[in-house]
Design a protein around this ligand. Structure first.
Ligand code: TRP
Ligand code: SF4
Length: 341
């Protein structure tokens, strides 16, 4: 059972991840490792944003429930501890939807139209089938997710800063509109910016699902090995005897993350002098990634074997979250004139 509510002095943080695919090493290095650190310092609410997944995936929702469950396993595998933090599935707390609805009445359209993630796509919305009510309202739902738990901080990457700004504006607007009747106003949560190391993908671009250059967190070892083996290298190294330049090679980006200084030097010298071959050079990367994944896979396997265990974790997280959510909503309903049932 969660007992995190016993430490009122810790600041609260809230964050979520959309369940649109399997988490990959980029998500691990960029988000999950950071969350694992946060869980001992803050009172953490982490959730799988399955409704937010629907904003873009509503035409093909078949796998969302699978990704949601896999995400929970990935979190456990990465070392998130359900005894230390609350984690849950967004749609299991229907209060999020109600708060989203109530916020929608007081959110000016113009605020949503100027959100950069919306503005950038505006021209392409029709063609991407995203000219929907839900897509425009995405950041209002996100504001509800956040303000529901009245956190001090929202740990997210750069791309989400504008959504947290909108959250603050909604909080301020709400507090102002109902100030005379409001007992506990919403806080204006701040971004806790995640210093994301740029996790490279298999092709040298940033690792991202949309580039199809990812390695899943618990991917099968053979598949990982194969993906690295066929990774492109410095195109100048046509033959084994041609020298290469690590800076022009996506494999080097992985060495920068996974290899010791000694191995890095071995790569630099060996590559430039054609002293080592590319397959040889990839070996320590393969070993390091597999070792990292082994721990994650092992931990997740403990839960994977027993579906009841994971269901219990998700359920007890939802119980704690829902208690907070109900408190928040009770006051919001009251100040917005909703008759008690
Ligand atoms: N929009 C976030 C993303 O795409 C996911 C998200 C949904 C979120 N609700 C949130 C993040 C609340 C932080 C807090 O990454
Ligand atoms: Fe890339 Fe290594 Fe081959 Fe050099 S030796 S091109 S760094 S894989």
């Amino acid at each position: 059972m969660n007992d995190i509510n016993n430490s009122p002095k810790r600041h609260r943080v809230v964050s979520g991840i959309r369940t649109t695919g399997l988490l990959h090493l980029g998500n691990y290095h960029g988000v999950l490792k950071n969350w694992v650190e946060l869980q001992s310092k803050y009172e953490c609410y982490f959730f799988a944003a399955d409704w937010h997944a629907l904003t873009t995936e509503y035409e093909h929702p078949e796998k969302i429930h699978y990704y949601t469950k896999e995400m929970m396993l990935d979190w456990l595998g990465a070392g998130l501890d359900p005894k230390q933090c609350v984690f849950f599935v967004q749609s299991h707390i229907p209060e999020h939807a109600e708060l989203h609805l109530l916020f929608s009445f007081l959110t000016p359209l113009s605020w949503l139209e100027r959100v950069p993630t919306y503005k950038e796509l505006r021209g392409k919305l029709k063609e991407k089938h995203l000219a929907t009510y839900g897509f425009l309202g995405y950041p209002v739902l996100q504001s509800a997710d956040i303000l529901m738990y009245k956190p001090a901080f929202v740990p997210v990457g750069e791309d989400q800063v504008s959504h947290v700004e909108l959250t603050r504006e909604i909080a301020r607007h709400f507090n102002h509109l109902y100030q005379t009747r409001l007992k506990s106003p919403f806080p204006e949560p701040e971004v806790l910016l995640t210093k994301t190391p740029k996790m490279p993908g298999l092709d040298g671009q940033k690792m991202s699902k949309s580039y199809q250059n990812t390695i899943a967190l618990r991917e099968d070892p053979q598949s990982v090995e194969h993906k690295i083996k066929v990774m492109p290298t410095d195109p100048a190294r046509v033959r084994r005897t041609d020298p290469g330049e690590p800076e022009k090679c996506p494999v080097w980006n992985f060495h920068k993350i996974y290899s010791s200084k000694d191995v890095q030097e071995w790569v630099q010298t060996g590559c430039r002098s054609a002293g080592i071959g590319c397959l040889e050079c990839k070996k320590p990367v393969i070993t390091a990634i597999l070792a990292e994944q082994e721990k994650i896979r092992e931990r997740a396997a403990l839960y994977e074997k027993d579906p009841d265990l994971i269901n219990d974790i998700i359920r007890s997280g939802a119980t704690v979250a829902q208690q907070k959510a109900r408190e928040t909503l009770a006051e919001v309903r009251e100040v917005m004139g909703i008759l008690k049932s």
